[in-house]
Write a protein that binds this ligand. Structure first.
Ligand code: AMP
Length: 221
């Protein structure tokens, strides 16, 4: 399963999914598909759809299931995802998880990783999080870009996400408990779930993720 695999990464907002998914997608040689990034790109492009999505996102609310499911179904049908993908931010509800099962048929997912981080820590991380408004790279007040809030990777402006305000953060964490946490049981019942400790440096967490991915591969042999 090292190269080419269908994976989902779950975890609270601020658990480090974005950072780890970029690394894991290189490791696995599959595209990193983040519904949040795709939606933010639509908002930035100012399309009619983007304007609609923005209203939900700014409040920290979820976009309606059928809309997000349509976006993901189209994306995973693209040629670069034919050998697998790493889904970040999707599924977020049981309805989405069931739809994903249908989308990947006759195959199934290979593994669902839950990046586990205590709520107090994600609250701290989210309030200091900063992102590149062009490429989405992650920074924080503790590890800012080298030059004056300009992205090290693409030169874009590094800003605070509009939904990283305290009210929106709390709403998103409540929604996580309500709608997304039940997915842990959904995937555990299907023997697909691996919970990984997300506390530590990015390298430490990546090492843990790789170990779990490799163990799942050995089991499949
Ligand atoms: P994220 O970057 O994953 O935290 O997503 C940012 C925002 O995009 C969320 O707060 C939702 O408004 C929206 N969003 C992203 N993925 C989904 C999804 N799978 N279902 C519904 N809304 C989503």
């Amino acid at each position: 399963m090292t190269r080419g695999a269908r994976l989902v990464v779950l975890g609270k907002q601020g658990a480090g999914k974005g950072t780890q998914c970029v690394r894991l997608s290189h490791y696995l040689a599959v595209p990193h598909i983040s519904t949040g990034d795709m939606l933010r790109a639509a908002v930035k492009a100012g399309t009619e759809f983007g304007q609609l999505a923005k209203a939900y996102m700014d409040r920290g609310e979820l976009i309606p299931d059928d809309v997000v499911m349509g976006i993901v179904e189209e994306r995973i049908a693209e040629p670069d995802a034919s050998r697998g993908f790493l889904l970040d931010g999707f599924p977020r509800t049981t309805v989405q998880a069931k739809a994903l099962d249908e989308m990947v048929r006759p195959n199934s997912l290979d593994l669902v990783l839950d990046l586990d981080v205590p709520t107090e820590l994600v609250l701290k991380r989210l309030s200091s999080r900063r992102v590149c408004s062009t490429c989405g790279a992650n920074y924080s007040l503790e590890s800012p870009p080298k030059l004056n809030w300009t992205c090290d990777l693409c030169g874009g402006e590094v800003v605070q996400r509009r939904d990283d305000t305290e009210t929106a953060i709390r709403r998103r964490l409540d929604l996580y408990e309500e709608s997304t946490a039940p997915l842990l049981e959904f995937y555990s019942e299907r023997n697909l779930l691996a919970v990984v400790n997300g506390v530590g440096t990015p390298d430490e967490v990546m090492d843990r993720l790789v170990k779990v991915v490799e163990m799942a591969r050995d089991r499949k042999k």
